[in-house]
Design a protein. Sequence first.
Length: 276
Amino acid sequence: MSFYPQPNRYQCGPFALKYALVMLGIFKNENQIGIIAGSTWWAGTDEIGLARAARRFNCRMKHFSADNPHEAKKLLNQELKKGHPCVLSVSNWNHWLTVVNHTSGKYIVIDSELDKVISIQSPIKLMRKWKYADEEITSYDGYALYPKFKVQTRAKFTIQKAHELMLDTNDRLAKRWDQYFNDLITICRPRTKLTTNFITFKDFLRRNENQLIHQVANWHGNPSYAELKKILYNMKVIADIYDLIVPWDLEKRALIDLSSILMMYACGKYGMDKIY
């Protein structure tokens, strides 16, 4: 699940909604979304179907539209600034993609039509693809995803993080995004305005990473330090994007949980003999 290209041309709508939901910490399979939305190979997915699927996951899609690029950018930026990922109808209403952030004059776009689904685009490039035009009208149509529940944590994609995920070395992280998140959310807590007495996951690893890696690698004997370090790095990327922290009173438990996960990884990959 998570960040990978669509396998066919007609599933762009379910993929676009899936990526918008991921920004809210909701992980749903594109096939499930497609069934709810009524996607078909001959007609794809329309906005009515996507709105129906969003409602199933306790969200609503707010439509916004403009007839010129300046107003369209203004409306899009307003929604992104409020933390709402936006699903856009592009390529003359023949394709859907998701915009998740506007920062430093650039847009972070997730487009399942591309081999590298996460991209950083200039306003000119995005507007050119977003524009719908025929003999009578010109329009830019989008749908902001509004949750009807209190979101635990929203993904905050920066350009730096987007660049990281675009690297070939992070392909596995992109494809296993939901698994990493689901493990981390049981170990960490989302930071809120009321959160006190905690350390960031980055600082937690700075204190404990070497101990965790050496203990597991030396005990099991097969995993390298580098591959265990890569797993913890992947977790740190997720924790940074979703702003997950470790409360002080849970630091020891977090150590136990992470060492257990690393050992399960080692046993799952390399196997082990019965020891007692």
